[in-house]
Design a binder for this molecule. Structure first.
Ligand SMILES: Cc1cc2nc3c(=O)[nH]c(=O)nc-3n(C[C@H](O)[C@H](O)[C@H](O)COP(=O)(O)OP(=O)(O)OC[C@H]3O[C@@H](n4cnc5c(N)ncnc54)[C@H](O)[C@@H]3O)c2cc1C
Length: 440
């Protein structure tokens, strides 16, 4: 019988296993997960801590028992894959509960080990990172047990921003620090002003170019010389690939430890696939490599791998567009396309509009700032970014679809908007970008 082994049982791993089972009732599928839980909703964790998602079982989507019952897939929690022997088609697995090691054979191996949160090694019981349900449970019980009143959030990536927003909504007073002034880095820096404004409006303290030097009890010492007291510290300082166990195999890793894959999600070894945050691939709309560690890619990878193994082999991955979005209090920050740092690879121009999101006379109108970058050599859209209280998500999704089809900036005048006063204008902000581009 064909044996498929999956490493990692969360977004990519659990999804690829169930997608394969949908198409293939015969193969044996075994999933090894080094930690306690499978198939939890990572993206829900900040909202669960903010009590916005009100029940733990809404976050934990499956258990090994329920998965086996419904899909006949074996999931082994607390089983860490420690090495791959690709010449023998085996992996070495460490059973963390029984402290034993064994070899497992595979015909096809699928890697979805994701990333781990970077930690600042503050060596403090009040400092936490947030990556999985175990971290979340630890933070939740710490908050309850210690009646946490204030928290220091380190880092301004999307996890830091979401945590800050959610702690505040829960009634905990947050303070934000970041080691530079380069915040929320997927967004154009001059479009981040609303982050500052939203904190000012709520009297939330923040400091940039600031770092923690040491923590003694609840006393936090900063490199600026300040000393402050906090009940809780959450570090959102980036991630690193979980690829230690791959290093001794013949699977190629790039210089940062990520796994390059082809359009079928195969690594350089044809019966070893990889997906999710661990991979690097390429953009769909431009000829550049891309690393997009977000949930859509894990789900798309799962579907394509399942098709490769058990379905229609003509289905392959056409690349990322890099769509991303984050809510920060009343504002939404969203972008799609190459990152601001990658624009340097293009001879580009930019068009922007900053106007009412819907008809001016209709109540609740708010400003939406939309910016679109295009390649001057072929006028195709390469990046878009939007910030506003309403409508940023819709515009970025529309532009993602436009970029998927390689539309030019000029074709945006033809976008036919679904218009009524509460939703947009007869000439939508996307049309406005197209009209403005005529002069560029
Ligand atoms: C707090 C938080 C919020 C997020 N919010 C969003 C969001 O709003 N939108 C979005 O698009 N994305 C979001 N993400 C990112 C998204 O969750 C990831 O892109 C996605 O989970 C990646 O899937 P994956 O399978 O690669 O990794 P994961 O889902 O992290 O799963 C990897 C699993 O592999 C296990 N593993 C690692 N090494 C081994 C080993 N050697 N042996 C066995 N098991 C191993 C790990 O323990 C882990 O459980 C968020 C992530 C976090 C942490």
């Amino acid at each position: 019988m064909n044996k498929i082994v999956v490493v990692g049982a969360v977004a990519g791993g659990a999804t690829v296993a169930s997608q394969i089972r949908r198409l293939d009732q015969e193969s044996e599928i075994v999933v090894f997960e080094k930690d306690r839980d499978m198939s939890f909703a990572n993206c829900a964790l900040p909202y669960y801590l903010g009590n916005v998602v009100d029940a733990r079982d809404k976050v934990l989507e499956a258990t090994p028992e329920s998965f086996y019952e419904s899909k006949h897939i074996v999931v082994k929690p607390y089983h860490e894959v420690t090495s791959i022997n690709d010449s023998k088609n085996t992996i070495t697995v460490y059973d963390r509960v029984h402290e034993t090691t064994f070899e497992a054979q595979y015909d096809t191996l699928i890697l979805s080990p994701g990333c781990s949160a970077n930690a600042l090694n503050l060596d403090s019981p009040i400092a936490f990172t947030l990556r999985n349900m175990e971290d979340t449970d630890a933070i939740e019980s710490f908050i309850e047990k210690n009646q946490v009143k204030n928290a220091l959030v380190i880092g301004t990536g999307y996890i830091g921003l979401e945590i800050l927003d959610n702690l505040y909504e829960r009634g905990i007073t947050p303070t934000l620090i970041h080691r530079s002034t380069h915040i929320n880095k997927l967004m154009d820096q001059d479009m981040n002003q609303a982050i500052i404004d939203e904190m000012d409006k709520r009297n939330i303290a923040y400091r940039f170019n600031e770092q923690v030097s040491k923590v003694i009890g609840n006393e936090v010492h900063f490199e600026s010389g300040k000393v402050e007291h906090y009940d809780l510290i959450i570090e959102g300082v980036g991630v690193k690939p979980n690829s230690e166990f791959i290093k001794n195999s013949n699977v190629t890793l790039d210089d940062k430890g990520y796994v390059p894959v082809n359009d079928q999600f195969q690594t350089n070894i044809s019966n070893i696939y990889a997906l999710g945050d661990i991979i690097t691939s390429h953009y769909r709309h431009v000829n550049l490599s891309a690393h997009v560690p977000l949930a859509w890619g894990a789900h798309r990878g799962a579907s394509v791998i399942a098709e490769q193994l058990a379905g229609d082999r003509t289905i392959h991955f056409k690349g990322y567009l890099g769509s991303n979005i984050v809510k920060f209090f009343d504002y939404t920050f969203a972008s799609v396309g190459v990152s601001p740092q990658e624009l340097k690879h293009f001879d580009y121009s930019m068009v922007e509009a900053n106007q009412g999101e819907h008809a001016g006379y209709y109540p609740g109108n708010t400003k939406l700032h939309l910016r679109v970058y295009f390649d001057k050599t072929n006028r195709r859209i390469i990046r878009a970014a939007a910030v506003g209280k309403k409508g940023a998500d819709k515009r970025i999704d529309v532009l993602s679809m436009a970029m998927m089809h390689q539309l030019t900036i000029d074709e945006l005048v033809e976008f036919e908007v679904a218009y009524a006063p509460p939703y947009s204008r007869p000439k939508d902000i996307i049309n406005m970008i197209g009209y403005k581009a005529r002069n560029k």
